[in-house]
Design a protein around this ligand. Structure first.
Ligand SMILES: Cc1cc2nc3c(=O)[nH]c(=O)nc-3n(C[C@H](O)[C@H](O)[C@H](O)COP(=O)(O)O)c2cc1C
Length: 190
């Protein structure tokens, strides 16, 4: 099949849907973030791209901390709402029941399946976005989201995002075991 060039506005499939929290002038604020990934083992670092025009980046710079929260499917409407309005115009602080961990300025969302509190590690100024690198200093979940002590994607039921068609998706079927399925070929090919 011939390849069709689809321009340069390309994305990864799928992207996670997270709610990033920060305290701005004493008030918690949350925005959905899809451009986010784990990028270092030790220390455990998360990287994310936040448009400089948004309100949340000023809170991250102010407090040097932020949170990353993974909403389940039941929070889809509230999550999307947070992406339609800015904390600069609308007070989003009372939308969620929040809690704090070790860092007292990284507001985490009680109703989210997995919450991480992060200390700002490094900021890279890109043309339109800040690339924020944050060190995870604590992660919080509930027993009901775990299987054998590990977060279980089926139980967490996180949202997935595709762009540029801008759609939310749910997790599909299990396809196989990672760091394992390739072993048959490894033993054949070396
Ligand atoms: C599903 C979803 C994912 C988003 N991902 C990002 C992202 O990765 N980076 C970004 O800068 N904005 C992203 N946005 C846009 C912001 O979340 C949105 O503009 C938000 O209202 C900013 O809020 P704030 O001004 O209170 O910080 C996303 C929006 C949605 C709905």
């Amino acid at each position: 099949m011939e390849k069709i060039k689809v321009g340069t506005n390309a994305f990864l499939y799928p992207m996670p849907v997270t709610l990033v929290g920060a305290t701005i002038e004493g008030r918690p604020n949350f925005m959905p973030v899809g451009w986010i990934a784990r990028v270092n083992l030790t220390p455990p670092l998360i990287a994310m791209g936040l448009n400089k025009r948004h309100h949340t980046p000023s809170g991250i710079q102010e407090s040097q901390t932020f949170s990353v929260n993974i909403p389940s499917r039941d929070l889809i409407e509230l999550t999307d709402y947070c992406g339609l309005v800015s904390g600069r115009e609308v007070d989003k602080s009372a939308l969620f029941e929040i809690f704090y961990g070790e860092l007292k300025t990284a507001p985490m969302i009680k109703k989210c399946a997995l919450c991480m509190e992060c200390r700002l590690f490094q900021t890279v100024a890109l043309p339109s976005h800040h690339l924020f690198l944050g060190e995870i200093v604590g992660a919080y979940t509930e027993e009901r989201y775990l299987t054998d002590g590990k977060p279980d994607i089926r139980k967490m039921d996180p949202l997935l995002l595709t762009m540029p068609d801008n759609n939310y998706w749910a997790v599909g079927e299990h396809a196989g075991k990672a760091w394992s399925l390739g072993n048959r070929l490894k033993s054949k090919k070396g």
